[in-house]
Design a protein around this ligand. Structure first.
Ligand code: ATP
Ligand code: MG
Length: 415
């Protein structure tokens, strides 16, 4: 058996623009925002979307623009009139339980090496020394500034950024701050108040070339608003939706194009369409299914046989526990009957009338069941009276229920 390096990367965000598919409109919005920031009119943004839709990969493309904007601008047909997008990018990933102090110090500590000089390290270092929570006993944080208002850290942050900007402004067009996974701290840490104070103070200080980009799952903004309602006015929302068919195909093609030319790997048209359908526009599922098919493939041609094995592997091993739990959370009896009917439909978009016929009930009797399944996050309404599984892999799982979980396929949970 010849080993070959698998180019698919389930659950790893993409940096490389060569591998990055679609999202032309959203990238254009992002580049416009960077361009305006460079011209002293920063527009802060929050990128949202469901898990696995490609948020981190999308925001990573900021580096593609700042490092070598040419390729990105050319692909999008954008003329920036010679503007060079020379932004240092500070980026951190928030973690559950992080305080605002931890998020903000982590952000400044993530200093891009390009601007790291002695002088700048000391500007940032002073702030970090003052605000980074000190660990005295292992595992126990003493938050020295816990009682201080967001105003203090916001003001200090702006003062630091102001010094930073003075030091670099001759060679730079602005400064970008990115906080990924903002949802993990949105509600509890006071980060929304910090952001509100900071963005206002930046304007007051004339720092209009400094921009914040937040990234979080759907609902992140609602959580931030519970902390500080007016934060919604400050951040423009860029929502990442499931990819369309041509973007989904592009994910596969770009990834396959990255394998060494001496040993090309292709995919059959039939399998490509199957992956596109099954993944329902989620690049994470495209990568998961293609990764497994690539592992099974032995003739450098990904075909139905490889994907049948891949689907089996994904639902019966890799995601089995997760999917089983999801199915149990959906409810038994008629709830399960509805899901089995939906999974058996040839299309991933299932008309309510089809479900009614399959389970022998008039559609109007189903609406409360459908609403509950939507509330439980199992299915979503695509259009009037058209539904689909939220997690496309749950559809595959339910299709194979007889084999995987004979007890669950009996419709009622065992008492
Ligand atoms: N535009 C894209 N082109 C090709 N592959 C992509 C694209 N966007 C995302 N992917 C792939 O999809 C998967 C999920 O991407 P990513 O981690 O960026 O999603 P996310 O929305 O940040 O997920 P999470 O909510 O878990 O943080 C990864 O395997 C990544 O490589
Ligand atoms: Mg992410």
């Amino acid at each position: 058996m010849q080993l070959k390096a698998n180019p698919f990367r389930p659950d790893k965000p993409i940096d490389n623009f060569e591998l990055f598919a679609g999202r032309a409109h959203e990238l254009t919005v992002l580049i416009r925002s960077m361009f305006n920031t460079g011209h002293g009119n920063a527009r802060h943004m929050i990128v949202t979307g469901p898990r696995g839709i490609g948020k981190s990969s999308f925001i990573n493309q900021i580096h593609s623009v700042t490092d070598n904007g040419g390729d990105v601008l050319a692909k999008l047909g954008i003329d920036a009139g010679g503007f060079r997008f020379r932004f240092p990018v500070f980026k951190c990933r928030a973690r559950k339980e992080f305080s605002t102090e931890q998020v903000v110090t982590a952000l400044l500590e993530a200093m891009p090496t390009k601007i790291s000089s002695e002088n700048i390290r000391s500007i940032v270092g002073d702030f970090v020394d003052q605000w980074k929570p000190k660990v005295t006993v292992p595992g126990l944080l003493t938050l020295e500034h816990q009682t201080e208002a967001a105003t203090d850290i916001g003001r200090e942050f702006v003062r630091t950024v102001s010094n930073l900007w003075s030091a670099i402004k001759d060679e730079r067009d602005g400064i970008i701050f990115i906080i990924d996974e903002i949802d993990t701290v949105a509600e509890s840490s006071g980060i929304a108040s910090f952001l509100k104070v900071t963005t206002e103070e930046l304007v007051d200080a004339g720092l209009d070339q400094v921009v914040f980009y937040l990234v979080g799952v759907d609902g992140a903004m609602e959580h931030l608003m519970q902390d500080h309602p007016s934060v919604a006015r400050v951040f423009e929302n860029v929502e990442l939706r499931p990819m369309n068919r041509s973007e989904s195909r592009e994910v596969v093609h770009r990834t396959l194009n990255s394998v060494p030319r001496s040993r090309p790997v292709r995919i059959s048209d039939e399998s490509l369409e199957w992956v596109v359908d099954t993944a329902s526009g989620y690049p994470s599922f495209i990568h998961t299914l293609c990764f497994e098919a690539f592992e099974y493939d032995s003739d450098s041609y990904l075909d139905k046989d490889d994907f049948d094995k891949a689907a089996d592997e994904v639902v019966s091993r890799i995601k089995r526990a997760e999917l089983g739990q999801l199915l149990r959370a959906a409810g038994a009896g008629d709830y399960r009957r509805i899901l089995i009917a939906m999974a058996q439909c040839e299309s991933t978009l299932v008309p309510l009338a089809y479900i009614g016929t399959e389970i022998g009930r008039p559609s109007n009797e189903l609406s409360s069941y459908m609403n509950s399944l939507v509330k439980r996050g199992i299915i979503e309404r695509e259009d009037r009276a058209i539904y689909r599984f939220v997690d496309p892999l749950l559809r595959l799982y339910v299709q194979k229920l007889d084999v995987l979980e004979p007890t669950l396929s009996s419709l009622f949970d065992e008492k």
